[in-house]
Design a protein. Structure first.
Length: 53
């Protein structure tokens, strides 16, 4: 994950790897961290665009 981010995150890269492996996708922790960064970025963007004025 990106260094210096102080936001609370509920899913760790290790947890993401386990979840994705259960669903047939094999990735390493580094890739999982990048995916989580992207998902958190998109979720913040969506909230900002749709729920804040």
């Amino acid at each position: 994950m990106k260094g210096g981010t102080r936001e609370k995150r509920n899913i760790t890269p290790e947890q993401a790897v386990k979840i994705l492996e259960k669903n047939g996708l094999k990735i390493d922790e580094n890739e999982a961290g990048k995916i989580l960064d992207f998902i958190y970025f998109l979720s913040k963007l969506i909230v900002k665009q749709n729920f804040k004025k």
